[in-house]
Design a protein around this ligand. Structure first.
Ligand SMILES: Cc1cc2nc3c(=O)[nH]c(=O)nc-3n(C[C@H](O)[C@H](O)[C@H](O)COP(=O)(O)O)c2cc1C
Length: 303
């Protein structure tokens, strides 16, 4: 009997549905037990998010501070762990970071093969780099990564995702598509469960080799790598500044958050279009280096 543990944190339930679709084929196997547990923050985050609370979460997210989480009722030993998380400000969400830094995670993940499963807008590369560090700290072995991103081009999701998070509304409007991951993509995540079921039957999880090669598990957009790196650097500087201003929810912090939100808006309206233009011009000259980066960030699963 193979024991699979699935851990996740989802606010709207979207990631939970991705997780359910992924693991459904495993549940039909006689020789596999699947335990699915939600990570529970001691103090729950709101959804939909009030504007200031949303930005207030940003410094703690980028610095991987985590938050106190409930201890989960779990067995001592599992054959494989699937860790479902969403990206918050290019970092693993605060509750997931909190769990990964807990004493329970240290015991649970030691020497265990882990598959990460991400559902986010479209910026997860730096979050996964941070997750790799968190997994290394607890002695886990990352064998695969599966990523589902929101439907529509970045320029649309830049509007539809924040609208969804701040109002709870996911519907299509004007020329914008609905927010969130395409239903077909969620359904298609079951192909990973099917493959995993076969792999578990053959003890493949023990080999520290990716199981989902050539299955479209991840697709890195080469043009987003530089944006994510630059944004992460800027987030670290502003995160430090906002933290110094005061504790979460304080008035002083709200003042700095207002300046930051205005800065971000100016950046998006000026530097981002300029950056897109510059990158379009230099892209052909940097093609080789970008292709190498893409291949690296698509590991371990690859396309
Ligand atoms: C505070 C916050 C910050 C977010 N930052 C990002 C981000 O940097 N990149 C990204 O692709 N998605 C980002 N998202 C979207 C989430 O990754 C995810 O798609 C969304 O919250 C829905 O997940 P759910 O299953 O928890 O409802 C953010 C969401 C929240 C709440």
């Amino acid at each position: 009997m193979k024991k699979v543990l699935v851990l996740y944190y989802s606010q709207s339930g979207q990631l939970k549905r991705v997780v359910d679709s992924f693991v459904a084929p495993l549940r039909s196997g006689d020789n596999i037990s699947v335990e699915c547990k939600k990570i529970i923050p001691v103090k729950e985050y709101p959804y939909p998010w009030p504007f200031y609370t949303f930005f207030d979460a940003f410094p703690e997210a980028v610095y991987l501070d985590g938050c106190p989480v409930e201890e989960l009722e779990l067995d001592d030993d599992y054959d494989l762990i699937i860790l479902g998380y969403t990206s918050w400000f290019l970092s693993p969400s605060i509750p997931v970071a909190g769990f990964m830094k807990s004493e329970q995670a240290k015991k649970l993940f030691k020497d265990k093969p882990v598959i990460t499963l991400i559902a986010c807008r479209d910026m997860w590369i730096m979050a996964q780099e941070k997750m790799k560090r968190l997994l290394k700290n607890v002695g886990a072995r990352l064998i695969d990564n599966v990523v589902l991103t929101d439907q529509g081009r970045s320029i649309y999701t830049f509007v539809t995702t924040p609208r969804w998070l701040l109002t709870g509304r996911k519907d299509a409007f004007w020329f914008f598509p609905p927010a969130g991951v395409l239903e077909d993509d969620i359904r298609a995540a079951s192909r990973f469960g099917k493959r995993l079921k076969e792999a578990l039957a053959d003890d493949e999880e023990k080999l520290s080799k990716p199981l989902f090669k050539n299955m479209g598990a991840v697709t890195v957009d080469g043009k987003l790598i530089a944006t994510e790196k630059i944004a992460t650097r800027s987030f670290m500087i502003w995160g430090k500044l906002i933290k110094k201003a005061g504790s979460p929810g304080s008035t002083a912090r709200k003042a700095v958050i207002t300046v930051y939100a205005l800065f971000l808006l100016t950046l998006v309206l000026t530097v981002v279009p300029l950056n897109i233009l510059v990158r379009k011009i230099i892209y052909p000259f940097r093609q080789k280096a970008i292709n190498e980066s893409v291949a690296y960030y698509e590991l371990p699963s690859g396309r």
